[in-house]
Design a protein around this ligand. Structure first.
Ligand code: NAP
Length: 281
């Protein structure tokens, strides 16, 4: 593996590293969740993304326990829901998550969405830092944070902000957030990296893929991972797709191909609603 290729596989955050390509689990519940996470671990994924809100921490935990992969080899991420952001809410939520995940710690705990009820960010991040000191959380991060919120988080957090998990795919530029993350040494983890499956119909991505013997989805994931400090967490319930999405480490996009994909953006966003802050783009 070249030095550059190792950068594509492993991201260096402010206080540790993380596999750049993770497995998303939203909507994969019960047996489907267990099967998918087991398949992802067998395939080689070592970063699994879940959330209190997904209602699937139990099957994710079951799969981690059943798998031959040691717990310490997996970078496990969960998120505290928007309505549990006060000090006792965060503590209670993490206790529940750890019970369901059947583990003593998570590698990364994220604020799922910024508070809409005025819970001070300093209170939430202060509690998360305490949980980190207690060994129940390895890294502390945020999700769905704008530039203004990220700047505030950096000001008030007693510990480094590891990442900001946001929607990012070829149809949604996250340039301001990405620049802010890079300036602060914060990683950006792309959710909905496959634009919820829409990239597969894209003729530009298909054409680029043909030149490499890859699918439009593999091209999209590679485009994300080739950007410094960017990771991605594609989701799939299909073993074939789970394998396909992990098979992105044996080709490289040229600068020109990267640029063609950057030019596909047109402000298309799939996730938001009343939970969302006022976005930057
Ligand atoms: N922090 C947040 O607020 C937030 C919000 C949204 C999502 N997330 C996280 O990000 C993860 C990924 O986002 P997402 O699940 O919304 O969308 P996504 O990963 O962009 O797309 C998932 C969709 O793409 C399809 N797909 C995946 N691989 C494929 C392949 N190789 N060929 C054809 N179709 C394929 C899947 O269908 P099949 O199952 O049939 O493969 C599924 O319908 C989530 O699971 C969750 O962990 C976080």
């Amino acid at each position: 593996m070249t030095a550059d290729e190792s950068d594509v596989r492993v991201l260096r955050g402010p206080d540790g590293t993380m596999p750049a390509l993770g497995f998303g689990t939203w909507a994969l519940r019960d047996d489907a969740g267990r099967r998918a996470v087991l398949c992802a671990l067998e395939t080689g994924y070592r970063h699994v993304d879940t959330a209190e809100m997904y209602g699937n921490e139990k099957p994710v935990g079951d799969a981690l326990r059943r798998s031959d992969v040691p717990r310490e080899d997996v970078f496990l991420v969960t998120k505290v829901s928007q309505d549990h952001l006060d000090a006792s809410g965060v503590r209670h939520a993490l206790r529940g998550s750890l019970d369901r995940l059947q583990t003593d710690y998570v590698d990364l705990l994220l604020i799922h969405w910024p508070s809409t009820t005025g819970v001070p960010l300093a209170e939430t991040l202060g509690t998360m830092a305490e949980l980190r000191a207690e060994g129940r959380v390895r890294h502390v991060g945020v999700s769905n944070f704008t530039v203004a919120l990220l700047e505030e988080a950096q000001r008030v957090s007693p510990v480094p902000i590891f990442c900001n998990q946001v929607e990012y795919h070829p149809y949604l530029s996250q340039q301001p957030v990405l620049e802010c993350c890079r300036a602060g040494g914060i990683l950006l983890v792309a959710y909905c990296p496959l634009a919820r499956g829409r990239v597969f119909q894209d003729t530009v991505l298909q054409e680029i893929g043909q030149g490499h013997g890859k699918t439009a989805g593999q091209v999209t994931l590679r485009w994300l991972l080739q950007q410094p400090g960017v990771g991605a967490i594609p989701r799939s319930g299909s073993a074939e797709h789970i394998h396909e999405n992990f098979d992105v480490f044996d080709f490289e996009l040229s600068e020109e191909e990267m640029q063609r994909i950057f030019e596909l953006h047109h402000g298309e966003r799939y996730i938001g609603g009343s939970a969302a802050p006022e976005w930057d783009t």
